[in-house]
Write a protein that binds this ligand. Structure first.
Ligand code: ADP
Ligand code: ZN
Length: 663
């Protein structure tokens, strides 16, 4: 147990605090008499005319001079909610991802102010279950624990879908908890966390907490405090759970480590994988990352000995990997979206009382509204992107949320010939309903899952056999473990394949192999039908053979040739603002400063400036510069120089180290 500094101070003392804004440094406030302010707790202060949350880093008696010291307004926490280890981690995040310390703390800590009553999960309690590993699972488990015992902290478990990685994770977690240590278990998505939560709950009961963005701020604070105090020893959560504090960190487990959701999208743009790495090194914990489709970067790290690689090659029990068939679609028109093969296999499955999962990675009804007269595409007025038609009659921008009713006539030429082109999940839901009469369909996407408990409802209905076809976006590909899925259909596999992004193929390949892995997990064999307009694309050849390593080798050779990660680190600097000329001026200056600053750094290249592929979002023009470098350390001084440049009014600069998305 780490000793936590928690001195209550007397009157006339001062507190150094930082705030969750892009300002460097600490600010000194006076502690009002009688207010029991603690180090490493949160208070409210008046900061530049606004009452904001501040993090107390130090208490002292040195009155600052030269300005009038304001008093702390009030306490949020009566006792500390973090300690030096989190402070150190937040500093690391702030330094590496270019945010202020206060922003890093605000990202890491829960924002709730009053812990709520306990969070009740909607599952019924079941009797505790014990874990019995298979031979292969046990061997992986032993290898991980033995080598951790002899000093290797970083591990990658590559196990095919359904091989029982979760069982291995749970057994390892059990070992650490048995020794009094705490375990953080990261999952990429909330849909997944609910099913994993249930499995973990069967084993760990009240030792378990959840931590993700669907909880209220109050519930998050409550769960944070339970984990911090060591009352709960295992936490399952999404990326921000990587910051949870505990008396002694035993292990961080990162399930589906390839997933992009481990990357944060606002400042500081940390990657939970790297933060976990840092914490485990600092705090002596075990880092175990696992996936059926490890990221190219992680597998390459394993090949270079930075991670220890373990594999699970067989599915649990009688289950075998499903057969994958690639089917050419004649067109992307709605009436052509279900191939004969998919219809046939689905019908057979439903008739036999089995289930199908369909993936279409696009929500809404139709991605385009096009004028049949003048061919104009209706675009978001604030973004350089088409509006999506949704079945409620609205057109919606998926980037900024702009919404309007579908007009009668084309705004460009006035013709009343607007057509909805292309298909999203809502349209395919209609097509399926029209094809398989009386079938019970569940649609899972951002729109349908917004309803409270939608995912629990889905899980229960899938289990009870009350759903015939589960249709959804990438949410259906992530981690679900249902045992009666005989058919997996990918409606249009091409979505995302041509994105101007060096990870486009990797992302599509792992999404498709993951969704394929949802089939045939129980006693019934699975069949996967992948529909595409472009069956000659190389990803399909590897997919058909479940050839993850083949794909990896191919991808690695492309990355090596182009000098992309894992052969370099990428940093993206993006300027945005409403005035395009100002944005262009700013990014030109950024590029100039970078080129100067990186002049002496070997193997650092500056690409651009250029318009970002998504040239405008939410009214802001976007221009970027990309740096490829061997490491971040060597370019950090130049990035700092850029960070201290004065930008024109209204232009904001995003610095993204290891961006996941380059649109
Ligand atoms: P993965 O995470 O590798 O995709 P899972 O851990 O979800 O695989 O395992 C697939 C299925 O097999 C699950 O239903 C799981 O409960 C079952 N399973 C795997 N290993 C075992 C085991 N050792 N004992 C009991 N059931 C197991
Ligand atoms: Zn928009």
């Amino acid at each position: 147990m780490v000793e936590r500094s928690a001195g209550i101070v007397g009157p006339a003392s001062f507190a150094d605090v930082c705030v969750g804004y892009p300002v460097e440094g600490v600010f000194t406030y006076a502690v009002p008499e009688g207010l029991p302010v603690r180090v490493f707790s949160r208070v409210k202060v008046d900061f530049r005319g606004r009452i904001v949350t501040a993090f107390v880093l130090e208490l002292h008696g040195k009155a600052p001079s030269g300005f009038e010291v304001k008093e702390i307004r009030s306490l949020i926490d009566e006792s500390p909610i973090f300690d030096e280890r989190l402070l150190d981690c937040a500093r690391h995040v702030a330094d590496n991802y270019f945010g202020s310390l206060g922003e890093a703390l605000a990202t890491a800590l829960p924002s709730g102010e009053r812990p709520s009553k306990r969070y009740r999960h909607p599952f019924a309690a079941s009797p505790p279950r014990s874990i019995v590993l298979t031979g292969e699972q046990q061997a992986a488990h032993d290898a991980i624990m033995d080598s951790f015992g002899s000093g290797s902290a970083f591990h990658l478990l590559h196990g095919i879908t359904g091989s029982g990685k979760t069982e291995v994770y749970m057994e390892i977690a059990r070992r650490f908890i048995g020794e009094g240590a705490s375990v953080i278990y990261l999952v990429p998505e909330i849909s997944l966390s609910s099913q994993i939560f249930e499995r973990l709950y069967e084993v760990f009961g009240e030792e378990l907490i959840v931590y993700h963005s669907r909880l209220t701020a109050q519930q998050r604070l409550h769960n944070w405090m339970r984990f911090y105090a060591g009352d709960a020893k295992i936490a399952v959560g999404t990326r921000s759970a990587v910051f949870l504090q505990c008396p002694r960190l035993g292990a961080v487990i990162i399930d589906e480590e390839h997933d992009g959701s481990y990357k944060e999208h606002s400042t500081p743009r940390y990657n939970a994988r790297r933060v976990a790495f840092y914490r485990c090194r600092k705090e002596g914990g075990l880092l175990l990352m696992g996936s059926a489709t490890p990221s190219v970067e992680s597998l390459y790290a394993a090949e270079r000995g930075l991670l220890k690689l373990h594999t699970l090659k067989g599915r649990y029990g009688k289950a075998v990997l499903p057969e994958i068939e690639i089917v050419r679609l004649s067109s992307a028109r709605p009436e052509a979206m279900l191939s004969t093969a998919l219809k046939l296999h689905t019908k057979r499955a439903i008739d036999g009382g089995l289930q199908a999962i369909y993936l279409l990675n696009r929500r809404g009804f139709a991605p385009f509204v096009v004028c049949g007269e003048c061919s104009a595409v209706l675009e978001c007025p604030k973004c350089s992107i088409s509006l999506n038609f949704h079945s409620d009659g609205n057109m919606l921008c998926h980037y900024c949320g702009y919404q309007r009713r579908l007009p009668e006539a084309c705004p460009a030429c006035g013709a009343e010939r607007l057509e909805k082109v292309g298909s999203g999940t809502q349209r395919v839901e209609e097509i399926i309903a029209g094809t398989f009469h009386g079938s019970r369909i569940f649609r899972l996407d951002q729109d349908s899952s917004r309803k409270k408990d939608a995912i629990f409802d889905l899980i229960e209905k899938m289990r009870a056999g009350e759903i015939d076809i589960l249709l959804g976006t990438q949410m259906v590909a992530k981690g679900f473990d249902f045992h009666n899925v005989a058919v997996v259909g990918v409606i249009l596999a091409d979505i995302g394949l041509n994105f101007p992004d060096f990870r486009a193929s990797e992302r599509v390949f792992s999404l498709l192999l993951q969704v394929a892995g949802r089939g045939g997990r129980g006693d019934v064999p699975g069949r996967v039908i992948i529909q595409t307009l472009n069956e000659d694309h190389y990803v399909f050849g590897f997919l058909k053979n479940h050839d993850y390593y083949g794909f990896y080798r191919h991808e690695l050779s492309v990355r090596r040739a182009l000098g992309y990660p894992p052969f370099s680190r990428i940093t993206r600097l993006l300027a945005r603002g409403p005035d395009e000329a100002a944005v262009e001026g700013a990014i030109a200056r950024v590029a100039e400063v970078l080129r100067e600053g990186l002049g002496g750094v070997p193997n650092a290249t500056v690409l651009g400036p250029a318009k970002a592929p998504l040239a405008r979002i939410g009214g802001n023009h976007r221009h970027h510069v990309i740096i490829k470098a061997r490491d971040i350390e060597s370019i950090r001084p130049a990035l700092r120089m850029v960070g201290s440049e004065r930008l024109p009014r209204g232009v904001y600069l995003e610095i993204d180290v290891d961006p996941f998305d380059m649109l």
